[in-house]
Design a protein around this ligand. Sequence first.
Ligand code: IMP
Ligand code: MG
Length: 179
Amino acid sequence: MHQDVEQILYTEEQLRSRVKELGCQITADYAGRRPMLISVLRGSYIFMADLTRAINLDVTVDFMVVSSYGAGTVSSGQVEIKKDLSDSIEGRDLIIVEDILDSGNTLYYLMKVLQARKPASIRLCTLMDKPERRTKPITADYVGFTIPDAFIVGYGLDFDERYRNLPYVGVLKPSVYEK
Ligand code: IMP
Ligand code: MG
């Protein structure tokens, strides 16, 4: 275990099997359709890679870079699109793929932006959900794990751009961000 990690919340094996389940559920729910998976970078890149391979449908993928944090552990509430989608989403069935739903600020803003482009439907798939911290009326359609209020890293999730490469999800020691 990494020295900055206090506790492992989900092992590589637990992540793998839950992501497979989500993929099966999406495959069943979208039978006969061609959903477009939109990965919100950077945090969701590993989840996205595993999830798309667990979906047995004719999917397409696109990527967006959105930023709301800087180097803190609390959302600033200010959301900025740093890289927009490459393709049109009009008439498409969208599945937004997020690493973690926290205050809901990022998704609340993103949903509004995407709705305005007239997709056929939008659903939200998040690997982690921290419902205790929600300040915006946002709920995910697919949730990997519901977790208590702690700052977590690994499997794509960062603190100040570090720890994304940890193969598990762990709680970061508060001493790391209180420095
Ligand atoms: P929200 O806008 O507050 O819902 O924050 C969503 C974004 O904040 C996520 O996509 C993450 O990038 C980041 N975030 C929130 N909580 C955590 C955490 O515990 N670890 C790492 N990143 C987090
Ligand atoms: Mg982040």
